[in-house]
Each structure stands twice: as C-alpha cells, then as structure tokens.
Design a protein around this ligand. Structure first.
Ligand SMILES: NC(=O)C1=CN([C@@H]2O[C@H](COP(=O)(O)OP(=O)(O)OC[C@H]3O[C@@H](n4cnc5c(N)ncnc54)[C@H](O)[C@@H]3O)[C@@H](O)[C@H]2O)[C@@H](O)CC1
Ligand SMILES: Nc1ncnc2c1ncn2[C@@H]1O[C@H](COP(=O)(O)OP(=O)(O)O)[C@@H](O)[C@H]1O
Ligand SMILES: [K+]
Length: 508
C-alpha cells in the first residue's frame, strides 16, 4: 500500500532504517531525491530559460544542491541562492561541495520572466516560521508569478499539520519522497502543494511496514475489501435495515435525504421514524422508503424488536434538546431485545449539538462495553460544541484533534470539511482529499450520514464504513460538479458505487 501518510518523525525513521539496511546511505538517498526533482523540472519545463534553486541549510537544501548540479550538467542555466550554509560533514555539505556552481546569498534573490524556481529551503525539518530573507524570497517568487517546484513540501508548510508557518510558497508541483505527509492533504497546506508527485528514492515498502503507520490517505485501498456486494441469494433484510429519525412537521427533509442515501448505498430496507405529527408530511414524500411512528423510546424498542434494524441515523433536522438526548442514550443503551444486534449508530447534527452542555453523559454511554458502534459526523461548529477543549488546542492539527476526540468519545469521528479527517478510537485515522467545494450545500451532510449508516447496516466495520462513505460522497460530489444540490447526491452516488462493486468483484 502506498496510502500511508508519514509524520516528519516517521520519515526520518524511514530514512535511518533504509540507511541501516543498506546499500544506500544518506547521501545516496539525497542523490535520488535530487534526481527525481531535476527529472521533473526537465520534463515539465523543457523550455525554461533559467532555473533558480533556493537552498536552505539542512537536507532539503542538500536535495537542492543535487538538483542544481544535475540541471547545470544538462546545460540548463542555473543559479543557486543559499539561505545559510550546511553544517560541516553533513550530507548537505557534501552535496554543496559536489556542486560546481557558486551559491549566491538568498538576500539578493531575483529572477527573470520565463524562469523557474526550485524551492529547497525547508522540508520536513521546518521548525519555526519563515522570516527574513526566506520570507522575502516567498514574496519575490509570488510577485514575479514564477512557476515553483517544491522539494518535499513548499517551504513554510508544516508536514505534520498542513499549517503555514509565517509564509509559504505556492507550488505548482511538489515532489515528495516515499510517501505523502499529512501536511500535503490537510488545509491550508494542500492548497500550497499544487500537483503532488511521489518519487521512489529507495525507501522500500518493507521499511514503511516497520513503522506501524496508522495514518492514511482515504481511498478504496483502505476499505474495498470490506465493501459490501450482495450475495446471489440476497434478500432485502439480509442487505441491512436502516432507521432514520425524522424531525417534526417543518423539519422532515433532512431525514428523507439521509434515508435515500442509505437506500442507494445498498441497504435492503430503510424506515423513516417519524413523530406522529409529521407522519402526513413524510408519507406524502416517501415511496420505497418505509414510514413508522416513533414518538418515544417505547416506540423505538418496539421497532427494534419487530423489524430488526441494523443501523440508525439520529440528528439531521431532529431538533436540539432533552428528547434528542433521550433517544441517543436509548439507542446506545443495552435495553435492546436479546438476539438483536445493532451494527452501528450515526449521530449527526442535532444529536451532537444536544450534548453540548453535558458531553460526558454521551461519552460515558458510548464507553459502556455493550454500546453499539458509534460514528459521529461533526462539522467545525459541532466539533467545538462537543469537544471544546480539543477544538481550542492551538498546538493540535485537525488530524490530532479528530484522534483525541475519537478516544474521548469512544466513537469513530468524521471531522468534516474540505479536508475531512476520519479517526477511530483504536488510533487509525484517514485524511480525505478527493473532495470538491460543490459539496458545500445545505443537506449534503445529511446524505453523508445516511450513506454511512447504509454501509454499517451491510456489515462494514465502523471506521471502514465512515471512510468509504466520506470518499464515495466526495467522489460523487466532484463528478456531479456545478449545480449540485443535496437532492442530486443520492442518485449521483450510483456511478461511484458501480465502479466500486466492479473493482471489488474483480479483486475476489
Ligand atoms: N528523511 C528522508 O528520508 C530524506 C530526506 N530528504 C530531505 O531532507 C529534508 C529534511 O531535512 P532536515 O531534517 O535537514 O530539515 P530541513 O532541511 O527541512 O531543515 C533543517 C534545518 O533548517 C533549520 N530551520 C527549520 N526551520 C527554519 C526556519 N523557519 N528558519 C530558519 N531555519 C530553519 C533547522 O534548524 C535545521 O537546521 C526533507 O524534507 C527532504 O527534502 C532527502 O534528502 C531524501 C531522504
Ligand atoms: N469545500 C468543501 N470541499 C469538500 N467538501 C466539503 C466542502 N465543504 C463542505 N464539504 C462537505 O460537505 C458536507 C457538508 O455537511 P454539513 O456541514 O453537515 O452540511 P449540512 O448540515 O447542510 O448537510 C460534509 O460532508 C463536508 O465535508
Ligand atoms: K521545500
């Protein structure tokens, strides 16, 4: 698998393990890294009049000296602008020595139209905000509108968090090594990377396997093996039954969007559970989706006992308050008829907000050993309501925050946004990067919660179901593109689901 994301510390461990295993040493890895970047420059910008290589004091700068040496050797006009000098006897110092070009101080950096910038100032070792000549170089490259190829990461972007430290280059291409880092996918870093190219520099899969990586880029590789495909002898209840709770008469649409998505995802049966006073409204808008009254926890118990649902969605349009808390706790509780198994619960929107004054009540319920698997899908605002301490931790990245929240709540957390992070209480986490802003439309989150419940009901484990739902949802949104409204999304899932079923069947 190449979907693992390495933290800067893991990348340097991979570096050490590779060197220890031989035959490549640190300088050999640097040669390969520099060759990969130089090859990309030559291929992508064959007509460039001149290449300006900006070299920092560490190994990122070392890669830059290799790039400059190769380009100059190929007859490309090349200038090195150095920010500091490599420490003596380091690989970077050796790379600088092997390069025949005399570096000029970065303070004088200037470039002509038609030239290219290679940013080799800082990569994984970035430890403080860019300042002085480094920051000025970012401004100069940006003012001159020159194409930038970043080595490993655009300087100024944190590889761990995607944060911008002070200033950062806006690269057209970022060539990184062995595996991507979280900062390539988390915002705002992702936006600064341009096209991301992964170069093999000799750090093998076996080395990465030794790191016990638990952070991944979300994609089918992560969950296709658990993706449900109906058996030949399927019948509707074998394909899972999802219950979706509806709000009152003026707030029923969210539940129906969720229910439709659950049905499209392959759940064999879906029931909208409606307050008595909203039955008419719901009935007027439902066809294949079933409808049943659910005013209190007795109604829920009866539904569970009689109809054996396998997953629930609670929250979209449901309303904030005591009733919502009661429903949530009843669903999490062990008061289910014996031999009934709920594969999973999805708490979204109002089910999250209802616990803002007492999140621990929810967390205690979900921590009980007999609680059903729980997936919660907060956007930024909802996340801050349920996890105020974690949300306010300025040292934590979105990835860290989702992980901490998952442990605190004993739930899979889908921390939504343009860089949705899915985190499991067992420590695994995935960052989703195939999204599109077309999804920023009212009701698209309701579709996501229904889709997640549909996959849970078909037996997908909670983390995999959440990752799959997020990926499918964003893929559908990207494919549909302009004009997308939430009503379009359930049908837009179909081509994405078809491709996944084909891929799953082919892999058998
Ligand atoms: N780890 C690996 O497996 C490989 C790493 N390579 C390269 O090595 C890079 C990492 O090298 P390093 O760990 O030396 O780190 P960097 O080269 O990113 O930076 C390290 C140096 O810069 C200083 N520094 C950091 N931020 C600064 C700032 N804002 N202002 C001024 N000085 C600052 C640090 O104190 C240190 O001296 C990678 O990004 C990659 O380009 C490659 O050579 C190939 C293999
Ligand atoms: N700019 C964006 N790029 C990609 N996905 C986005 C973007 N903005 C929102 N989304 C996704 O759209 C959905 C919106 O959900 P939510 O905020 O709950 O809205 P609603 O409550 O109106 O349904 C989430 O899945 C979120 O990740
Ligand atoms: K860089």
């Amino acid at each position: 698998m190449s979907n693992e994301l390495l933290s800067p510390a893991q990348m340097s461990e991979a570096d050490q393990l590779t060197i220890a295993a031989g035959p490549l040493d640190g300088y050999g890895l640097m040669q390969r890294a520099g060759e990969a970047v130089a090859t990309k420059v030559l291929k992508r910008y064959p007509a460039a009049t001149h290449v300006h290589v900006l070299c920092g004091p560490g190994n990122n700068g070392g890669d830059g000296y290799v790039v400059a040496r190769i380009l100059a050797g190929c007859g490309v006009g090349t200038t090195i602008w150095a920010s500091g000098t490599p420490r003596p006897e380091t690989d970077a110092a050796l790379a600088a020595k092997q390069c025949p070009l005399k570096p000029r101080p970065l303070s004088g950096f200037d470039a002509e139209a038609g030239s290219i910038v290679v940013d080799a100032l800082y990569g994984a070792g970035l430890s403080k905000p860019l300042s002085g000549d480094d920051a000025k170089a970012v401004d100069t490259a940006s003012a001159l509108r020159l194409p930038v190829i970043a080595v490993d990461l655009p300087s100024g972007v944190s590889g761990a968090s995607g944060e911008i430290l002070g200033r950062a280059f806006r690269a057209d291409i970022t060539v990184t090594f062995a595996r991507k880092k979280p900062g390539h996918l988390l915002l705002p870093g992702r936006e600064r990377c341009g096209e991301i190219v992964l170069a093999d520099i000799g750090i093998g899969d076996g080395i990465v396997a030794q790191l016990a990586v638990s952070t991944f880029e979300n994609g089918p590789d992560l969950w296709l093996r658990q993706f449900p495909v109906p058996a030949v002898d399927a019948h509707k209840y074998k394909r899972g039954h999802v219950g979706v709770f509806s709000g009152g008469p003026s707030a029923t649409g969210a539940a129906r969007l969720s229910a439709l998505a659950a049905a499209r995802s392959g759940a064999g049966a879906v029931t909208v559970l409606s307050p008595a006073n909203a039955m008419q409204v719901n009935a007027a808008h439902l066809t294949s989706i079933m409808l049943r009254k659910a005013d209190d926890s007795v109604d829920i118990d009866e539904f569970i006992g009689e109809r054996r649902p396998s997953a629930f969605v609670l929250g979209p349009g449901f309303g904030v308050g005591e009733r919502t808390r009661k429903f949530a706790l009843a669903l999490l509780s062990s008061a289910l008829p014996r031999d009934t198994r709920i594969d999973g619960l999805v708490f979204d929107a109002d089910a999250i907000t209802s616990f803002r004054e007492a999140p621990d009540v929810l967390f205690e319920a979900s921590r009980r050993s007999d609680a059903s698997a729980l997936v919660m899908t907060p956007h930024d605002g909802e996340f801050a309501r349920l996890f105020p301490g974690i949300a306010g931790d300025i040292a934590a990245s979105k990835l860290d925050k989702a992980r901490l929240a998952a442990v605190r709540a004993n739930a899979v957390i889908v921390y939504k946004g343009a860089d949705t992070v899915i985190a499991s209480p067992d420590g695994r986490a995935a960052i989703n990067a195939n999204g599109a802003p077309w999804l920023a439309t009212a009701g698209s989150g309701d579709v996501l919660s229904g889709l997640t419940a549909g996959l849970l009901a078909q037996g997908m484990p909670a983390f995999e179901a959440a990752c799959a739902a997020v990926w499918i949802h964003t893929e559908a949104g990207s494919l549909f593109g302009p004009g997308l409204i939430a009503e379009d999304l359930p049908l837009a899932l179909v081509p994405v689901l078809r491709d996944l079923v084909e891929a799953r069947t082919a892999a058998r």
